[in-house]
Design a protein around this ligand. Structure first.
Ligand code: 5RP
Length: 249
């Protein structure tokens, strides 16, 4: 699929996108409107967040916008550099104005599963440091209950703890599988040097309770459960963008 840019108002749009990619881009273009001059912005990971990083790069060029980005992964870091977004760190800017990130599943309560890109540990740290968290997704990510449609929960574990964590996850009703790399033999190694246990729990009625149980397992660094961290979700649709808002207190 060839991609190229056209001008659409003050935005450049990628055209010739398939419908899902186009929906992701629409959501991203809405989300970047929350970014104002002088903001520190959390840069999410994944294919949807990439559209937001590209759109922010465009705004920097077109509007002379002054922002700094805190990337949540090497993917986001490299793309931000390519798009001309100045990079900073949480140590220099402990409070982030707004973070824009993708998700793998989103419930009506705005609870999420994240981490199919294995970046959820840094994503959660950046989200927790943000005054406003905006999630962008195509509408296929919308679910009633987390874990629907055979969705697994990504769990980052220290390599030393893989066998123990697997045993403990089975004990609380999970079916864990070590995520294998593509273009590399053996397990995926995260940006933090850890492994991912993709764990199937079925449909999850109480994700907050399960998230605590999983986090208590020795060696678990982070889980893909994002509970009560999201303020706004933009779902890209074929006909436009749906906004759901549940501002945190
Ligand atoms: C990475 C993530 C991503 O945001 C999530 O997997 C969604 O990715 P995509 O936008 O490519 O569907 O949580 O850890």
């Amino acid at each position: 699929m060839r991609r190229f840019w056209i001008n659409w108002g003050r935005w450049k749009l990628k055209v010739n996108l398939d419908p899902i990619q186009a929906a992701k881009q629409k959501a991203a273009l809405e989300a970047v409107k929350h970014v104002k001059d002088g903001f520190v912005v959390g840069l999410g990971s994944g294919s949807t967040a990439a559209f937001a990083i590209e759109a922010l790069g465009e705004r920097i060029k077109k509007e002379n916008l002054h922002i700094m980005g805190i990337p949540t992964s090497y993917q986001a870091f490299l793309l931000a550099i390519e798009c001309g977004i100045p990079i900073t760190t949480l140590d220099e800017h402990p409070e982030i104005n707004v973070t824009i990130d993708g998700a793998d599943q989103v419930t009506p309560e705005l609870n999420l599963i994240k981490g199919m890109g294995a970046a959820m540990a840094r994503e959660k740290i950046v989200a927790a440091a943000s005054k406003l968290n905006v999630i962008i997704a195509d509408q296929n990510k919308k679910v009633k209950l987390l874990g629907e449609n055979n969705q697994v929960v990504p769990i980052e574990v220290l390599p030393f703890a893989i066998s123990l964590a697997k045993r403990k996850l089975v004990a609380i009703g999970g079916k864990p599988t070590v995520r294998e790399g593509k273009g590399k033999l053996g397990p995926v190694i995260t940006d933090n040097g850890n492994a991912i246990l993709d764990t199937y729990f079925g449909e999850i009625k109480d994700p907050a309770e399960l998230a605590v149980k999983v986090k208590m397992i020795p060696g678990v660094v982070e889980t893909g459960f994002f509970i009560g961290l999201t303020d706004i979700v933009y779902f890209g649709l074929s006909s436009g963008v749906e906004k759901i808002e549940e501002l945190r207190k």
